[in-house]
Design a protein around this ligand. Structure first.
Ligand code: GDP
Length: 300
């Protein structure tokens, strides 16, 4: 996530050229409003000092610290029922992989709502959380198979439907199964869809409504998976998915690649949607809650 590295290289030992700086900040995926604010702050300061790249980095860091929530937000939990997490996004962003990674992460977190035998009601409850998956990507048989491989590896149960089945009906069934088994978490992996296709977005709204009939609080989290490498496009995806579904967070994937991470800041800045998790590789453990302090520390 060293997304200011190229900026530092570009301006090292040079006076600041405003236009060049603006372009560089936008290339770092910080978004236009934030870039404008940073440049304005620096321009106001220039009257009394000669600016260098150090001042720019400091201003960027301060602005980011102002925008990002200082503490990671924990998963919102259902009370005594399965916590439902809906995973949405466009094709290829890493939804299925992130669903598996999240399942693995939650399994390792302890604090199951199911008391172990002989438990006298101490809180927080110990034990390994019970996680179930719903393969609600019924468009692609390969997606169901892909999730199934992960499910077997993680030893979690996966509810699957027929190829082409209604994803809302499948999520309904999956919820009932999760409730029967007193599962702690149900993660629903949905089909990838272009945020511009209104009929597919309507289908996701139906999934959401259906889950809400089973538990008014469900889905407790609606997480959009975005690929950090897609930069500004991730922002438009977030806009569309948020207006259709009211997202509760982002999973930003592929931060191990060319993704600069600025998109985390731009989406929080424009839409107020926090990044909840980051993906940093193809392995099951390449996944962690997003930590703004760490992000700031790693800026350079
Ligand atoms: P989906 O179509 O959104 O479900 O995307 P997939 O989960 O199938 O992921 C698409 C590709 O991206 C796969 O090859 C994944 O291994 C890869 N991928 C997912 N997350 C990450 C990540 O954080 N880093 C890297 N390098 N690859 C990832």
């Amino acid at each position: 996530m060293n997304f200011l590295r190229s900026l530092a290289d570009q301006f090292a030992g040079k006076p600041i050229d405003w236009e060049e700086l603006e372009e560089a900040l936008i290339r770092a995926d910080l978004g236009v409003p934030m870039t404008t604010r940073i440049v304005k702050t620096l321009q106001e300061r220039e009257a009394w000092s000669v600016l260098g790249i150090g001042d720019v980095i400091k201003a960027v860091r301060e602005e980011i610290a102002r925008i990002l929530p200082p503490e990671p937000t924990p998963i919102r939990r259902a009370n005594g029922k399965p916590t439902v997490i809906l995973i949405v996004g466009v094709n290829g962003t890493g939804k299925t992989t992130s669903t598996a990674k999240l399942a693995h992460y939650l399994q390792g977190r302890g604090g199951s709502r199911k008391p172990p035998a002989g438990d006298l009601g101490q809180s927080p409850l110990p034990g390994r959380p019970h996680v179930m998956l719903a393969a609600a990507d019924t468009f692609r048989a390969a997606a169901i198979e892909q999730l199934d491989i992960w499910a077997k590896r993680l030893a979690v149960e996966m509810i699957r439907g027929q190829y082409g089945a209604d994803p809302a009906a499948l999520c309904y069934e999956a919820y009932e199964a999760a409730a029967r088994q007193e599962s702690d978490f149900l993660i629903c992996d949905t089909a990838g869809r272009q945020h511009t296709k209104t009929n597919l977005m309507a289908e996701l709204q139906k999934v959401k409504r259906t889950l809400g009939k089973l538990d008014p609080g469900a889905p407790h989290e609606t997480l959009l998976v975005v690929d950090a490498a897609t930069g500004g496009n991730a922002l438009s995806q977030a806009r569309e998915f948020h207006s259709a579904l009211t997202l509760t967070g982002l999973v930003v994937t592929k931060l191990d690649g060319s993704g600069k991470g600025g998109i985390v800041v731009a989406i929080q800045d424009e839409l107020g949607i926090p990044t909840r998790f980051v993906g940093t590789g193809e392995n099951i453990d390449d996944f962690a809650p997003f930590d703004a302090r760490e992000f700031l520390a790693n800026i350079l």
